[in-house]
Design a protein around this ligand. Structure first.
Ligand code: DSN
Length: 430
């Protein structure tokens, strides 16, 4: 009994390394993995230390079903303030009439909009996944494709950009109640005014999923979808550089329906520590420092695209307006899977991705998607991304000396330490 008491007392103040050395060691290894490679996954970022603190904070202990001032639990007076601050900051940052900051993830944001406005079986029009869309934009294996009657538009074979004439023709034929724009692998601007005109012509609502580029929107680096859309959904952990989470912006007339769809429709108790972290993320995203960061993300992606092309590879659309570059390997003997594996060997992390009109299956794919948010956060400049592009090109040549290329990657990583002095998680000071 005494030993159990001691153990209980110890647990109340002990840090993770003491309580669970196995998981602590794995977290340490993950930190070293992140430090030791060039992170090019377009949807990933290295969030701020302040956000890691907030996401590891005490509201994780609090139930708060409902909304500020209308909770189903006592003791919500502080988390009410946290959520009100997060909502106010989201609305100000993006110029939105209403914000719901409770979604736990990007998928929940899109699901909530569909649930708020549609009935199962209703027609929706969205971008094909293999042309740059997202699973939640109606893919047949996803809830969205199973519950709703999705039709898809794609990009033009000539330009690899959205074909707005096709969108209009499909909208006239399919009569969607909702049109979804945005996606997860589209390197060019999403022209929401053009989608608005099409939606108005067929009497549809318009949703923009800006999860990938919301940081660029916050910084004014790309045009905002907010003025043209009924709903805008996003995650907070990609270009926005915040915690792993989501949020929804909408017009005031849809506020009650969206809030009801999130709670009680889809989620129970909101993750209030994540809401606190989102509030901090929105504050940072409104700063001049963040505007400089987001501008560098876009400029670095353009430098990376140029370098990849100069190294002899093809890039979809010939470049990018955003944070992502799609390397097109349809004419290469290397597949997307090969490229992902070879990049891993040269200490770069990226993901294979289908490209439009891909003849290879998604598990193999003919593309590799690259993004600049994470390494720009680490401090990489356009010149560094030119070096990254040159290493990528060299790695995709038969007989390349991958070990020598890995040294070039390591030299770049060493110049820009990640989380110096940090061991991977916030420390409890007894
Ligand atoms: N899985 C994310 C991405 O990589 O783009 C989108 O949800």
């Amino acid at each position: 009994m005494a030993a159990a008491q001691d153990s209980f007392q110890t647990l109340k103040t002990a840090g993770l390394a003491e309580v669970d050395p196995e998981i602590a060691a794995l977290l340490g290894r993950e930190l070293e993995r992140q430090r030791g490679q060039i992170e090019l996954i377009a949807s990933e970022n290295f969030t701020w230390p302040s956000i890691l603190e907030a996401i590891g904070s005490v509201p994780t202990n609090k139930y708060a079903e409902g909304y500020p001032g209308k909770r189903y639990y006592g003791g919500c007076e502080v988390v009410d303030e946290i959520e009100r601050v997060a909502i106010a900051r989201a609305k100000e940052l993006f110029g939105a009439e209403h914000a719901n900051v409770q979604p736990n993830a990007g998928s929940a944001t899109n699901m909530a909009v569909y649930m708020a406005m549609l009935q199962p079986g209703d027609p929706i029009l969205g971008l094909r996944l293999d042309h740059g869309g997202h699973l939640t934009h109606g893919h047949k294996v996803n809830f969205s494709g199973k519950l709703y009657d999705f039709q898809h538009y794609g990009v033009s074979r000539e330009t690899m950009r959205v074909d707005y004439d096709e969108v209009l023709a499909l909208a006239k034929a399919h009569r969607p109640k909702l049109i979804v724009c945005g996606g997860s692998a589209y390197p060019r601007l999403v022209e929401t005014e053009r989608f608005r005109a099409i939606a108005d012509e067929v009497g549809a609502l318009l949703l923009c999923d800006m999860a990938h580029y919301s940081g660029l929107v916050a910084a004014g680096v790309v045009p905002s979808p907010v003025p043209h859309c009924d709903f805008v959904t996003s995650t907070t952990h990609k270009t926005l550089a915040g915690p792993r989470s989501g949020f929804i912006l909408c017009r005031e007339q849809h506020a009650a329906a969206v809030d009801k769809a999130i709670f009680p429709g889809l989620q129970g108790g909101p993750l209030m520590h994540a809401v606190a972290a989102k509030a901090a993320c929105f504050r940072i995203a409104g700063s001049a420092a963040f505007r400089d960061y987001a501008t560098a993300v876009r400029d670095n992606a353009q430098a990376l695209a140029v370098a990849v092309i100069e190294s002899g590879q093809e890039v979809l659309t010939g470049g990018t307006d955003t944070h992502l570059v799609q390397v097109d390997l349809r004419n290469s003997t290397f597949t997307g899977k090969d490229a992902e594996e070879r990049l891993h060997e040269v200490h770069m992390t990226a993901n294979r991705n289908t490209v439009p009109f891909d003849e290879r299956p998604p598990t193999v794919a003919s593309g590799v998607r690259l993004g600049t948010p994470a390494m720009t956060m680490r401090g990489f400049t356009a010149a560094d991304f030119a070096e990254v592009g040159s290493v990528i090109g060299a790695a995709l040549v038969e007989g390349a000396d991958l070990s020598a290329l890995a040294v070039r990657s390591s030299e770049l990583c060493d110049r820009y330490p990640l989380y110096p002095g940090f061991r991977g998680w916030p420390t409890y000071e007894a």
